[in-house]
Design a protein around this ligand. Structure first.
Ligand SMILES: COc1nc(N)nc2c1ncn2[C@H]1C[C@H](O)[C@@H](COP(=O)(O)OP(=O)(O)OP(=O)(O)O)O1
Length: 172
């Protein structure tokens, strides 16, 4: 089974008058590989003996150029994606408000700050609207999502899921 990560950097901005506060999340438009053309958080597969939080920091740096201390990542979810009855990907989900730098595009990803209420779920993986809103509200989640008709996973049909909220997650 593939072990992968997703990272959701967050920021709050006030308008010029200092009145209106907008809560935003950094998404990427994936330019290649699994989920190409869809919005997602920065992330990718674990390499070597790195920990999930090290992977999330490295992938965010490689994809959009933000520097993140792995210890500043808050674990928000653990998602299992099954394809045709078999475990395909186990994904660690993190969020953080602590990072350095400005997002810049790479060969892999085009970054975009998006207001939390405008997240483009119609241009994302089909499962995302089920768990990402809660993660952006500060909840923790464990989920299992079943797809059929692949490979690849991003051409398979999303069939059903189980979700558990406010779960105590490991520290990895
Ligand atoms: C099935 O539903 C999914 N939803 C979401 N939101 N994200 C998913 C889903 N399935 C996989 N993912 C994520 C997990 C990873 O962050 C990426 C896929 O990563 P990729 O295969 O591109 O990994 P890299 O290591 O960046 O790829 P390279 O081999 O090209 O370096 O999608």
């Amino acid at each position: 089974m593939i072990e992968a990560t997703l990272c959701f950097p967050r920021r709050s901005r006030t308008d010029g008058s200092g009145n209106e506060r907008t809560d935003e999340v950094l998404l990427i438009e994936k330019r290649r590989g699994l989920g190409e053309g869809w919005y997602n958080g920065p992330g990718g597969k674990l390499e070597g003996d790195e920990t999930p939080r090290e992977c999330a920091g490295r992938e965010t740096r490689e994809e959009v150029g933000l520097e993140i201390d792995p210890e500043a990542l808050e674990k928000a979810g653990e998602l299992t994606f099954l394809l045709d009855g078999e475990a395909h990907t186990f994904c660690h989900v993190f969020r953080t408000r602590s990072f350095a730098g400005e997002p810049t595009a790479s060969e892999e990803a085009r970054p975009e700050w998006v207001p939390v209420e405008d997240v483009p779920y119609d241009r994302m993986w089909e499962d995302d609207h089920l768990w990402l809103p809660g993660v952006l509200e500060g909840k923790t989640v464990v989920g299992e999502f079943r797809f059929e008709g692949g490979p690849p996973l991003d051409e398979a049909e999303f069939v059903n899921h189980d979700l558990e909220w406010d779960v105590a997650l490991g520290t990895r």
